[in-house]
Design a protein around this ligand. Structure first.
Ligand code: DMJ
Length: 533
């Protein structure tokens, strides 16, 4: 074990959670009182109609043993399996690792500490307030891949990171990338620095929830705490943005003993429970003060996607106990609506896809973003739905890979439009290095062990290699329909957090990030499953 890793372990402060227990009991009492005094939206009529049980969340502080087991926290390098483990494809694994190191080194050379690398301009840009989105998004991938020098460099940078910034941060993006990335780094290493920084970041986001209904604003100023919504949503909050904080904030409460994070995000779930539409499909915009929906659009792509994902994943992360039963009940209901209303088949290929809805009208357009749906279905496929969801996931993932395989570059466009006689055509031609298809392929591989899924992942990886590799890092494409392709000038941080991680995990042994111990957040940051009482 290196000196650096020993230092990290020493800094992990495993006794800290024990010392917080008395404080946590006081927090627990206060939270229970608040809950007993009646929620803002006490009307459970809709919930009862949807056959949902009343909210029974509680606030357990997870112990070190519960978090890491009797062996204690692992060292950062425990995650890497440098010698061929039984189930790994070593050659392909190494190729993905090399792609990660090329991405990281390019970023370090031209943009270190900035949010994103601009490969063509050989500089960086700050799209997330200069919080080092790429450092934090890449960190747990580096831990899993065993890049010690990457981890040491990232840790040193994170130690000096301040969230006190005059910047209107995205509540959602900052939660899933920064808070999620830091919690995952903590859960993988036990290094308390990461938990402290995650908590600090969340504290700067908390004022976003200060609305009359508790629905957070899309944006919050990290210094002043002033929240706001953009004009293009008519000042409403967006479903995927106000409904995708549960996993990280509940995890923070479990790891710090402070109930305020969980209380804030579960108030949102209560509002959504009370406002659940009869078919379970939520409109995309909500007024954060009145809790009224302000649009009639429904989508599992942009602006809707991860809300549905978090209903399921918060249930899994909570150990599927009755305390998180409401999440699952809500997710079940939304899935029936999704499958019954939005799932369609193309012609002539009979490809399964998901339509969008505007009012009563179905719109035959699908964002690449929606390709996370099969992975989600797989994670939730159990009991009477096991075989059905598995088959749907297989069919849907087939559609998503066709979105790649039918392009000259071998890479999917940002969205497709389904059209009689053509299956689909590209509707927005760029590719941003997005992860959703390889995410679903990864879950299918883990579930079925069918080598076809590794072949699909490899083919997509090779298309990224051929088209997107730049002198510094990787770049998206402006138009996937033409070769040679024209690259854009951004290496998105989710390329390192998600796309490369899902590819890596597809070629590694299934013991690396086992899915009975971890839930990957919507930015692919692994959070340990910690049952809620
Ligand atoms: C990521 O930031 C997350 O996966 C989010 O849920 C959707 N968009 C990007 C990746 O495409």
């Amino acid at each position: 074990m290196s000196a650096a890793i020993e230092r990290n372990r020493a800094a992990a402060g495993h006794g800290a959670t024990q010392q917080q227990r008395p404080k946590q009991v006081a927090h627990q009492r206060a939270a229970n009182n608040a809950r007993d005094s009646g929620a803002v939206y006490a009307n459970t009529a809709n919930a009862q109609a949807a056959n949902l049980s009343p909210w029974t969340g509680s606030l357990p502080l997870v112990s070190d043993a519960e978090l890491w087991g009797s062996g204690g926290a692992p060292s950062p390098l425990d995650w890497h399996t440098p010698t061929a483990a039984a189930g790994e494809d070593s050659e392909r694994l190494e190729a993905v690792r090399e792609a990660f190191l090329h991405s990281w080194d390019g970023y370090v050379e031209a943009a270190y500490g900035m949010d994103e690398l601009q490969p063509k301009s050989a500089k960086g840009k700050n799209s997330f307030g200069g919080l080092g989105a790429t450092v934090i998004d890449a960190l747990d991938t580096a831990i899993i891949m065993g890049c010690e020098r990457c981890v040491e460099k990232a840790r040193a940078w994170i130690a000096g990171l301040s969230f006190d910034r005059q910047y209107d941060a995205s509540t959602f993006e900052t939660t899933i990338r920064v808070v999620g990335g830091l919690i995952a780094a903590y859960d993988l290493t036990g290094d308390k620095l990461y938990l402290d920084k995650a908590t600090e970041c969340a504290d700067h986001l908390m004022p976003a929830f200060n609305t009359e209904a508790g629905i957070p604003y899309n944006q919050v100023n990290l210094r002043t705490g002033k929240g706001k919504n953009p004009s293009w949503t008519q000042r409403s909050s967006t479903l995927a943005e106000f409904g995708t904080e549960q996993l990280e904030f509940v995890a923070l409460t479990q790891r710090t003993g402070d109930p305020k994070y969980q209380d804030a995000v579960e108030r949102v779930v209560q509002v959504l429970r009370d406002r659940m539409p009869a078919d379970g499909l939520y409109p995309l915009y909500m007024n954060p003060n009145t809790a009224l929906f302000t649009s009639k659009k429904v989508s599992f792509g942009a602006m809707g996607d991860s809300f549905y994902e978090y209903l399921l994943k918060t249930w899994i992360a909570g150990g599927k106990t009755p305390a998180v039963g409401l999440y699952k009940a809500m997710w079940d209901k939304t899935m029936e609506g999704m499958i019954g209303t939005l799932f369609k088949r193309s012609s002539p290929g009979n490809l399964l896809y998901i339509a969008e809805r505007n009012g009563n009208k179905l719109v035959d357009k699908m964002d690449h973003l929606a390709c996370f749906v099969p992975g989600m279905l797989l994670l939730g496929s159990e009991g009477p739905n096991e075989e059905r969801f598995l088959q749907l996931a297989k069919d849907f993932t087939h559609t998503c890979v066709e979105m790649y395989f039918r392009q000259p570059t071998g890479l999917s466009p940002e969205l497709v439009k389904f059209r009689e006689g053509d299956d689909f055509v590209s509707g927005a031609h760029h590719n941003l290095l997005r992860p959703e298809t390889v995410e679903s392929v990864f879950y299918l591989w883990r579930r079925t062990g069918d080598p076809m899924y590794r072949e699909w992942a490899w083919r997509i990886f090779q298309a990224f290699q051929t088209n997107c590799r730049a002198k510094l890092g990787y770049a998206g494409l402006k138009d996937v329909r033409h070769t040679p392709p024209q690259q854009d000038d951004t290496m998105q941080s989710f390329w390192l957090a998600e796309t490369l991680k899902y590819l890596y995990l597809t070629f590694s042994d299934s013991a690396v990030i086992p899915l009975d111990k971890f839930v990957l957040n919507t930015e692919a940051h692994p959070i340990r499953i910690t049952p809620r009482a």
